[in-house]
Design a binder for this molecule. Structure first.
Ligand code: ADP
Length: 373
């Protein structure tokens, strides 16, 4: 009976020993002085030392030099503190000098009388993950910096170009008024081209300024009524609505966490386009909002000329237009502004359309605290 029991026990012990050695995580135990008393194959492979080289050594000897004194003090504190030891990240040095970042999980070892006799530690190698995370963080920071620089450049350039352009524009207009009909028909035509070009350039630069301001001169996010944002968009579009005979239908619209002025600008650009790109018949426009799990999904549907799906991405880029300015006036920046505003609100914008069948522009806004239908 006794012999049977000890066979089972020794089998269990062997299994435990195999598990300890073969587990895919690094494992070691230290005594109350911080000296390594057991270490598994995985940890030896990871650090490049043999068990004989590690056992009997203080564990902090295998950490980066900067952390060795602190580690010694930490171990003394952790050994006797009553609370569980939280997971941590530590830098160990492999035999060949390469620094490894390890995720460290520690538990105190207790004897039969519940006295602390050491600490058992499992460790995962997260060096690769750390490197990727650092590279990603660095790339994100670089992208943000170059984005901010570009935005600032667009702002400064468009702002500073306004003044000289105003001069060109007003003097070419003065030339046109004063010398119209006195310099010959060629001269009249040339001056008209110059006036027209200057006006168009002013419109482009103004729009570029508005575009760059979406990021640089933005307002604060707050609980914003999208009913009210739509109301002010429609008020600004009153002349176009009356002149075209547009009918606007609206569903219930929520309170969202947004920059109210930008929300209004976004709706105004989409409804303005729905009126502008009409198909002869008076525009019928539907503004609605769906409650999705993590976002509000707005839509502006029209019965206008529609868009070929192959242009569905291009139209959201700066100065990209599908028509010449005689058929439909514009600079091609309205939808780029909409995209920037939607993205600033953690959302997206897209169009669903076919030529001749109207267009539905959809955009989302990330939900925030205090949103309501
Ligand atoms: P703009 O109206 O000044 O050209 P936008 O950026 O607002 O600039 O629009 C880009 C292009 O997308 C337009 O030139 C037009 O071809 C197309 N578009 C925008 N809205 C609509 C719409 N509601 N229906 C059909 N085409 C549209």
């Amino acid at each position: 009976m006794v012999a049977e029991c000890s066979t089972e026990e020794s089998e269990a012990a062997q299994q435990y020993q195999r598990l300890f050695e073969e587990a895919p995580v690094a494992y070691h135990e230290i005594d109350t002085d911080g000296t390594v008393i057991r270490v598994n194959h995985t940890e030896c492979d990871l650090l490049g030392f043999t068990a004989a080289e590690m056992i009997g050594q203080p564990i902090w000897k295998f950490l980066v030099a900067d952390d060795q004194t602190a580690s010694r003090q930490r171990i003394a504190r952790k050994m006797w503190a009553p609370e569980p030891i939280p997971p941590s990240e530590r830098e160990f040095v492999r035999r060949d000098g390469v620094v490894l970042t390890l995720e460290v999980y520690e538990n105190r070892i207790l004897d039969h009388a519940a006295r602390v006799v050491g600490i058992r530690t499992t460790m995962l190698d997260i060096t690769q993950r750390k490197h990727s995370e650092e590279a990603l963080a660095q790339r994100t920071a670089e992208l943000m910096r170059s984005n901010a620089e570009l935005e600032q450049f667009a702002y400064v350039a468009s702002h500073d170009l306004q003044e000289p352009l105003r001069m060109v524009s007003s003097y070419t207009q003065l030339l046109a008024r004063r010398y119209q009909g006195t310099l010959g028909s060629d001269a009249d035509e040339f001056i008209a081209f110059a006036v027209d070009g200057a006006k168009r350039m002013q419109a482009l630069i103004n729009d570029l300024l508005v575009y760059s301001r979406v990021g640089t001169h933005a307002g604060k996010f707050q609980a914003a009524s999208s009913e009210r944002a739509l109301g002010s968009a429609l008020a600004n579009l009153r002349a176009a609505i009356e002149e075209s005979g547009a009918v606007i239908h609206r569903g219930p619209l929520p309170v969202v966490f947004a920059d109210p002025l930008q929300l209004s600008q976004l709706l105004q650009n989409l409804i303005g386009n729905a009126i502008k790109y009409r198909d002869g018949a008076p525009p019928e426009i539907n503004v609605a909002c769906e409650d999705a799990p993590r976002e509000w999904r707005f839509s502006v549907r029209d019965n206008g000329i529609g868009i070929d799906p192959k242009y569905a991405v291009r139209i959201f880029q700066v100065f990209q237009r599908l028509h010449n300015k005689k058929d439909y006036p514009g600079t091609g920046i309205g939808l780029a502004i909409c995209k920037k505003i939607a993205e600033r609100h953690g959302g997206r914008i897209w169009v669903e359309s076919l030529p001749g069948q109207g267009a539905t522009f959809c955009f989302t806004i990330r939900k925030g605290e205090g949103d309501s239908k």
